[in-house]
Design a binder for this molecule. Structure first.
Ligand code: NAD
Length: 244
């Protein structure tokens, strides 16, 4: 179905993994889609790429403006760019805390702030943030990453409350462990990547990693007019990891 015909979408971190799958599906469903990424040169038609570092306010503002002008507005904003960090509170120095919180949390603040003037002009405005099961799960060795995603969850709810009267919906998706280049890089760093992948599959309640396309399908639903009464929610796409 082309239920997003005539709508426009920006996807941060849309050059890889969950963001690329989401940008691709939004376009298949009829939206005109711009990808905002550190490395947008790999995206191809019909997606258009713009260079942006969500960790830098001037960069985000310029890219959102350029993309909005190229597409003719912004109806859908997918705040997906994010970075990881492993460790306990003893492992990550302050500058790493600042960097990860800056990208994962403030990145959403900056991009949304820049996009709000355009979203206000839309009749189908919605924001979808990529959060994580780490927001609530209490994962070992993920203190900083979990804190950043916990902030994304509360930010999603607060933004939903602030903008519901303006007709702008805000939701988030909480992926479990997703088969993306990010997870591929973690596996490649292991001593025996294949054994590690099998162990990772076995740790998932439904026996395998989540696919980026499965996360994209939920993001696209939340962004679509079908979800017109859905705001302030977090949808888990995790094979049951957070709830079983
Ligand atoms: P990925 O590394 O495959 O893709 C991330 C993309 O974001 C890359 O294209 C990268 O260039 C871009 N990016 C990174 N920093 C950026 C910045 N400062 N400005 C603009 N773009 C930037 O990762 P992924 O696995 O697809 O993860 C995407 C999102 O999903 C992240 O927010 C991550 O926290 C979240 N997530 C991933 C998983 C997983 O298991 N892969 C699980 C839960 C949540």
């Amino acid at each position: 179905t082309k239920d997003l015909d005539g709508l426009t979408a920006l996807v941060t971190g849309g050059a890889s993994g969950i963001g690329l799958a989401t940008a691709t599906l939004l376009a298949e469903r009829g939206a005109r889609v711009a990808v905002l990424d550190l490395a947008p040169e790999t995206v191809s038609e019909p997606l258009v790429g713009f260079t942006a570092d969500v960790g830098d306010d001037a960069s985000v503002r310029a890219a959102v403006q350029q993309a909005a002008e190229a597409l003719g507005g912004v109806d859908i904003l997918v705040n997906n760019a994010g970075i990881g960090a492993a460790g306990t509170v003893e492992d990550n120095p302050d500058d790493q805390w600042h960097r990860v919180l800056d990208v994962n949390v403030l990145g959403i603040v900056r991009t949304t702030r820049a996009a709000l003037p355009y979203l206000r002009r839309s009749d189908h405005a919605s924001v979808v943030n990529t959060c994580s099961i780490a927001a609530t799960a209490g994962l070992p060795q993920r203190a900083l990453y979990s804190a950043s995603k916990g902030a994304v969850l509360s930010l999603t709810r607060a933004m939903a409350a602030d903008h519901v009267r303006e007709g702008i919906r805000v939701n988030c998706v909480n992926p479990g462990t997703v088969d993306t280049p990010w997870v591929g890089r973690l596996l490649d760093a292991a001593e025996d990547p294949e054994a590690e992948r099998a162990a990772l599959d076995a740790r998932q309640p439904h026996g395998r990693l989540v696919t980026a396309e499965e996360v994209a399908a939920t993001v696209t639903y939340l962004a679509s007019p079908a979800a017109a009464s859905v705001t302030g929610t977090a949808v888990a796409v995790d094979g049951g990891m957070a709830s079983l």
